[in-house]
Ligand binder design. Structure first.
Ligand SMILES: [Zn+2]
Length: 459
């Protein structure tokens, strides 16, 4: 008996080992940039100015095969990089790099035709080049000034054969790629997605879009999972230069899946929709604070974060003092002020008989007064512990008339439902995203746009 059991254990250990090895192979095969990004296409075709600039730049600075190292160094332009301090203008930086003020003014006139010099920020770098003097000492003529206007665009003023300057612009070779990540939620969605490598900006968009459906305090349980797909713009070295759009986000909460797809309608309006083409927007937010700030949806807590019971006629969100509180829906402020054990308190009337109330605020936001109209998502106050509160939290109530009801039981009107041609368009967009989801392994893999476009739906 004992022997048979141990043989069984050995067999299953072997199976585990094989699965493990296969897993590692799968992971290696799924590594980004190994096979997927063989031919990254630039976002825009190279403008001619860029090609000229590059080739001339290269000829000017690179030795011919016959040149010795020393000759090469003598021919290469002298390059100076200067970093802007606060309040610096480009002219200040150019003068600091050694450009005379007449040349600087001429170069700036020309640069100004393609770049607004007032957009220069502290910390930005400008590069100035000078020709080598024939003697090999000091510096020769000022040749170019260049800087990154934004992550995607480099601008420069370059001396022409005469005494003038011309503006040249270089679009960086940037590839739009789609990344797919999934994982298990541990302490919080924000933390787990961030640990998986999802950029914070993408997570915040995801949390905002989920806040209509998800109570980030109570709905997230240990072992729940997330799945997210988004765009990013990468340079030739694989460095992220700009975040793109969140394309798809889903969570699986105790077996209940919630998924949303980005869709731009024929009018150019972007919203997130479920698989049936219903907008995720609802009349009321289920999480009326920044869900990214709720760091412990479950497990040990220093103070109880209550849900709705007979004794406790609201739900509490445990977030740090000062966290912005948002109006759960559009409405009119019915009361804003100190209200006994509720502390600083705001109540909003939404129509259909519904109202929402927010208590224990450290302070009420400016301009939130009785009779004022507020929009969904507008900040109405900040989390605190005023009134009878054991620690900082938002006490949130939903009322019908003046009676508190369980927010979970509220059947709030939903947002837009797509129909007709718009629904057909959505289905095409959704199918394309579904294809991508199936195609890109959810292990943080990225797929370049040109490969994305070869999906069966676009051919
Ligand atoms: Zn409470």
């Amino acid at each position: 008996m004992g022997r048979r059991v141990s043989a069984k254990i050995k067999r299953s250990a072997k199976a585990v080992a094989i699965v493990g090895i296969l897993g590692v192979i799968a992971m290696i095969a799924a590594r980004p940039f190994v096979t997927l990004v063989e031919d990254p296409a630039p976002l825009d075709p190279l403008p001619p100015a860029y090609a000229d600039y590059e080739s001339e730049h290269v000829t000017a600075s690179e030795p011919t095969a016959a040149d010795s190292d020393i000759d090469d160094r003598l021919k290469r332009p002298v390059e100076r990089v200067v970093t802007a301090g606060s309040g610096d203008t480009i002219k200040d930086l150019m003068l600091r790099a050694g450009v005379d003020s007449g040349d600087a003014a001429l170069a700036l006139d020309s640069l100004g035709t393609i770049y607004d010099p007032r957009t220069l920020r502290a910390g930005q770098k400008i590069t100035v080049t000078f020709a080598r003097p024939p003697e090999g000492f000091g510096q020769g003529d000022f040749l170019t000034v260049s800087l990154n206007a934004d992550p995607m665009r480099e601008v420069a003023a370059r001396r022409t054969t005469g005494r003038g300057f011309e503006a040249v612009e270089a679009k960086r070779q940037v590839t739009r790629e789609v990344a797919h990540f999934s994982g298990t939620i541990k302490a919080s969605l924000f933390e787990s997605a961030q640990n998986a490598g999802v950029p914070p900006q993408v997570i915040v968009t995801m949390i905002h879009a989920l806040s209509y459906d998800v109570d980030f305090q109570r709905d997230i349980q240990s072992g729940d999972s997330f799945d997210v797909m988004f765009e990013g713009y990468y340079d030739a070295k694989g460095k992220l230069v700009r975040n793109g759009n969140l394309l798809y986000a889903a969570v699986n909460l105790s077996g209940k899946p919630i998924a949303m797809y980005r869709y731009e309608n024929s009018q150019g309006v972007v919203e997130y929709f479920n698989d049936k083409g219903e907008s995720v927007k609802k009349a009321l937010l289920r999480t009326p604070v920044d869900g990214a700030r709720i760091t412990s949806g479950f497990g040990m807590r220093t103070h109880p974060i209550l849900g709705y019971t007979k004794m406790h006629k609201g739900v509490d969100f445990g977030v740090p003092t000062g966290t912005p509180i948002m109006a759960a829906g559009d409405g009119t402020v019915e009361m804003a002020g100190f209200n006994g054990s509720y502390g600083n308190y705001v109540r909003i009337r939404h129509g259909n008989g519904y109202a929402t109330a927010y208590a224990h605020m450290s302070r009420i936001a400016q301009g939130i007064r009785t009779g004022r109209h507020v929009a969904q998502g507008q900040v109405i106050g900040f989390v605190g512990a005023t009134g009878r509160a054991t620690g900082p939290h938002l006490h949130y109530e939903v009322l019908i008339g003046m009676t508190q009801i369980n927010p979970m039981s509220v059947k709030v009107p939903t947002g837009t439902k797509l129909a007709g041609r718009e629904l057909d368009r959505f289905r095409v967009a959704k199918a394309r995203l579904d294809t991508l989801l199936a195609k890109i392994p959810p292990s943080g893999t990225r797929l370049a746009e040109n490969l994305v476009k070869t999906g069966p739906l676009t051919n």
